[in-house]
Design a protein around this ligand. Structure first.
Ligand SMILES: Cc1cc2nc3c(=O)[nH]c(=O)nc-3n(C[C@H](O)[C@H](O)[C@H](O)COP(=O)(O)OP(=O)(O)OC[C@H]3O[C@@H](n4cnc5c(N)ncnc54)[C@H](O)[C@@H]3O)c2cc1C
Length: 295
């Protein structure tokens, strides 16, 4: 039988430059010298897909993979700080993250396959700015902050204000995401994460829901809700949270919260799903989250 021919790569690989900087300062100096020209290359799990598809527009890449300054997870009494090259596998294995930030660990566990989890990084997931990415809802619920560095210095920004519009984030051409910091003082008693895709594994989200709450005698004293794949950016459902915060869980409350959620999100029809399906699933997941609070 004749062997099937392998599909050719759609990019001309020698047309690209991939440079290994000596250290973080070297990387930042190069980026400052030609802002926007040098594109960071971390695990490459998003970039290699673009390369294969012939859609990789940049020509010059800086490999971050061997920069020790961007590796590791640090725990202090106030924060857990994940450096940008932290992989999903490292997140899944980390005891403090598993105990205090289970939504992030669950998002990591539901990202791609083990191979993708070993190579894909949290910094890459954030910088890629896909509204369907799976870790951003967890980072929004936990009020994450980002450290952005350039040759001129560092700045911390709340992740919540980092998204500007579809695929647009507050990251300058000469900046790198250096770290993601999660405050440890939040002590939620309930955590709820659901990713709905075509399959259980290796699927891009149709809807992704992350929620956390503190309860006191059946009353919701604090609640955070974030969703992916239902608007141009991953979003915190602030209006829905406001309806639930301070209230006892009763059926009219859930109905009001579901109506608020419908006003806050803006799902679309696309190749993976329909706006109608996404709205219904998002409202159902809100109901499941509220049921989990009552339990
Ligand atoms: C088979 C497969 C399955 C996948 N499944 C999922 C999934 O289920 N859920 C999901 O959310 N994603 C999924 N992804 C997407 C991808 O794995 C993640 O987005 C991953 O976290 C990207 O990280 P990376 O290090 O590989 O990024 P890269 O591909 O190296 O970079 C991605 C983008 O981020 C930029 N970048 C990287 N690091 C930095 C930094 N420190 N500072 C500034 N910019 C930076 C790059 O320039 C590029 O624009 C999948 C990908 C594949 C190939």
């Amino acid at each position: 039988m004749p062997r099937a021919k392998a599909a050719p790569m759609r990019s001309y690989v020698p047309g690209y430059e991939l440079l290994e900087p000596r250290n973080l300062s070297d990387a930042l100096e190069r980026m400052a010298g030609q802002p926007g020209d040098w594109k960071p290359f971390a695990g490459g799990t998003d970039l290699m897909v673009l390369l294969e598809a012939g859609k990789l527009l940049h020509r010059k890449f800086l490999s971050l993979w061997k920069l020790p300054e961007l590796r590791g997870i640090a725990v202090t009494p106030e924060h857990v700080t994940l450096n940008a090259l932290t992989t999903y596998s490292e997140i899944r294995r980390h005891d403090v993250l598993r105990r205090e930030f289970p939504l992030l660990c669950q998002a990591a566990a539901e990202t791609g396959s083990i191979a993708t989890q070993n190579r894909g990084t949290l910094g890459g997931n954030i910088a890629n700015a896909s509204p369907a990415a799976d870790s951003p809802p967890a980072l929004l619920v936990y009020d994450g902050e980002l450290e952005l560095v350039s040759a001129a210095g560092a700045r911390w920004v709340p992740y919540r204000g980092f998204w500007k519009a579809y695929k647009q984030i507050d990251l300058r051409g000469e900046e790198l995401i250096c770290a993601i910091r999660l405050p440890r003082s939040q002590s939620f008693s309930k955590h709820f994460y659901r990713k709905v895709g075509t399959r259980k594994a290796q699927a891009i989200s149709k809807v992704c829901f992350a929620g956390a709450a503190r309860m006191d005698g059946g009353r919701i004293t604090e609640v955070r809700i974030a969703l992916g794949s239902v608007s141009p950016t991953v979003l915190r459902a602030a209006e829905t949270e406001k309806i639930l915060r301070g209230e006892k869980l009763e059926p009219p409350l859930l109905h009001a919260a579901q109506q608020a959620l419908a006003r806050e999100i803006a799902p679309i029809d696309d190749i993976r799903s329909t706006a109608r399906y996404r709205l219904r699933v998002a409202q159902n997941l809100l109901a499941e989250f509220c049921e989990s609070l009552a339990g």
